[in-house]
Design a protein around this ligand. Sequence first.
Ligand SMILES: [Zn+2]
Length: 346
Amino acid sequence: MKTQTNTPDSKIIDIDSSILSPYLEGYRPETFNDRLQTFIKQQLATWPELKQAINNLDEQVINKIFLKESEVMLQHNPCRLKSSASKVDKKSIEQRPCFLCPENLYEKQLGLSWNKNWLVLNNPYPIFKDHLVISSKEHILQNVNNALPAMIKFVHDTDFSFSAFYNGPACGASAPDHLHFQACKKNALPIISQTDRIINSGDYSNIQAINEDTSSRSFATTLDNRGIFICLSENSKVLFSIVDQAISFLENMTKNSEEPLINMIISGSESTYMAILFPRKTHRPECFYKDDNEKLLISPGAVDVGGVVILPREKDYRRINKEYLLKIFSEVCFDHSLFQNLIFQK
Ligand SMILES: [Zn+2]
């Protein structure tokens, strides 16, 4: 699959485009979520390489490992090699054509215009079925303050059937120069239902309650060496405000000159939004940089810390175990004591 130069406008379609009409049967054209499904269907029908990549997912080897408190899935996914091993330093990024800019999309790839400034794309190297990239129409820097409100809106517009996830420019984003987030089917990331279960269990022995009022509840906890901040709210504006404050708090705590290293998931069910924030110490674990025999090619982003660990090389997939994973999580994630002094302004 090679990129080519397109005229940007020829790659962008609107939600009511006639290109999608042949795929409308069985869908309710009045809802964004159904129209989105027809867009995915259209791309699968007309873009053979995407169809092949999705078919390959069925043949992918997937294993499950129970850590101390939760289960993670291991996915041996060779097509992620480029992404996991990619150089994300400034110079390497500047030297490559940006694969999220409309003029560089694949020949059959289209962008669905959404929410004025955004394009919905099918991920050409999928980890899940219905793996989407929601990318800014403009080539502007990856930035959580710009991504967060759009992520909340995307979850809203898809009637909570998708979860949105974000990789910071220095911890998992393979296009740190182009604002984007990704989306997958609601429960494709195990940590979403695991977090739900923890919150609803009523057993708060390992959870630090941070805030609880009529409009929101927030907590911090550590799940298998991954410290997380969780916020639940029925009100999207309240959720935004709380998560925004948690990110500013991390910015002060970690004294990073740019945004704090984070991965984030926005999800929800019925009418309640849930945000999960993973503050990160570093992008890649020690084993990533080791020489061949000791090397494990793993480059954790939101998907991995969310419980689907991607291993592009078969030898790593065979070698990885509970101890390695716990060590990797402890190297790249903080524990939740980081949130000890977090207080929200009303
Ligand atoms: Zn770009």
